[in-house]
Design a protein around this ligand. Structure first.
Ligand code: 13P
Ligand code: SF4
Length: 372
């Protein structure tokens, strides 16, 4: 029997076979642990199936290390959500296996409706997406017709279809700064912490949806200060979905790829990292001489000091990847009627960031409220 549990403001139907952490929200339908022999055999099966099915793996930094390593080893990618979208759009493979959460698979489908997009578990969602239902979001937009609608990638296809611009945490600052430079007022959704951070940094006029990431929202500034005292030379790297008092303690604030870049480039040997602990795999393998500590999510009396792992990212596993490749199950569907409109803000973001990267003038910065 399924149970409805409340994750902060959001009710979510917990899958029947899910596990529940009794002290915190960190439950998930986590794939069963595989033995070494099973892991090796499943990886071989996936390598073979990827070739047979003309498929490529697209993994996020928060998923299991096996899914990150195998993606890279087989010519796929492990990256942040922005580069996942770009890679999936540009790759010639007919099938993309997206290991991450649902909005990442939907974005891939919107950008490449002709491709098959498979995901290990279609229930892998996101509290930001869940907390921004299209009917209420539409009403919010209707109440602010004079504002340019900027939405975070962690949203449904329907919400994207209501937006003028899409952003991820790696380009939100640049895009909002440019919109502000054009005198535009912003309607922002759904992550309030990221929105607050962007507003503080850019001074843009923003009205805000009240959403949060259940993982990053848990980081604790007071506990982080204690950890900093234990490691006085450590630099603090923070994902901007974290609360403002945690961001205030950061030496660098950035998306998952921004955090990796900072760890590589900063002149320090120790780092405290406030993001999902799936990041630790890449941080440690790419920086073997450096030390990484997880930022605390719990108070002093707790036995478990940090449990920053997204329950939905945890649903992705090797067995699921092999199974969907074998059977074609779990193909992402997006209503074809909304794809062209949902694609508009994504294309704008990808064109803007590509231009920014190559030093070209950034395109598309014209008022387009209500664009069809
Ligand atoms: P990035 O865009 O930084 O990869 O973040 C996606 C996400 O879901 C963070 O919680
Ligand atoms: Fe969503 Fe947070 Fe999970 Fe990222 S870590 S997918 S923002 S719930």
């Amino acid at each position: 029997m399924n149970t409805t549990i409340t994750l902060k403001e959001v009710d979510y139907e917990q899958p029947a076979e899910g596990g529940v952490c009794t002290t915190r929200h960190a439950w998930a339908r986590v794939p069963a642990e595989l033995s070494q022999a099973e892991r090796a055999a499943t990886k071989d099966r996936i390598r073979r199936l990827l070739k047979e099915k003309n498929a490529v793996m697209v993994s996020h930094y928060y998923v299991h290390p096996d899914l990150q390593d195998l993606a890279e080893e087989t010519g796929g990618i492990v990256s942040d959500s922005l580069e996942m979208a770009r890679f999936g759009r540009d790759h010639a493979a007919q099938t993309l296996v997206v290991s991450g959460v649902r909005f990442m698979g939907e974005t891939a489908k919107i950008l490449s409706p002709e491709k098959t997009i498979l995901m290990p578990d279609l229930d892998a969602t996101c509290s930001l997406d869940l907390g921004c239902p299209i009917e209420e979001f539409s009403a919010f937009c209707d109440a602010h017709p004079d504002r340019t609608v900027v939405v975070y990638a962690n949203t449904s296809a329907a919400v994207k279809a209501r937006a003028d611009w899409l952003v991820t945490s790696s380009c939100a600052l640049d895009i909002v700064r440019a919109l502000k430079g054009q005198g535009q007022k912003i309607l922002w959704a759904p992550d309030r912490h990221l929105g607050d951070y962007i507003r503080r940094e850019t001074g843009a006029d923003m009205v805000m949806w009240n959403g949060a990431c259940i993982v990053h929202d848990e980081f604790k500034a007071f506990e982080l200060e204690s950890l900093k005292k234990e490691h006085p030379l450590a630099k603090v790297l923070v994902h901007p979905e974290s609360p403002p008092d945690v961001i205030a303690l950061a030496d660098a604030v950035g998306s998952t790829s921004g955090i990796l870049k900072a760890a590589r480039e900063m002149d320090a040997r120790e780092f405290i990292v406030a993001t999902d602990n799936g990041m630790m795999h890449k941080l440690r393998t790419l920086n073997p001489g450096k030390l990484f500590y997880e930022a605390p999510t719990a108070g002093n009396s707790a036995t478990c000091k940090s449990c920053a792992h997204c329950p939905w990212m945890a649903m992705n596993g090797l067995a699921g990847v092999a199974q969907v490749l074998e059977t074609g199950a779990n193909a992402i569907q997006v209503d074809p009627a909304i794809i062209p409109r949902a694609r508009l803000p994504i294309d704008r973001m990808l064109a803007f960031t590509a231009a920014l990267k190559s030093g070209q003038p950034t395109p598309g910065l014209v008022p387009n409220i209500g664009a069809a």
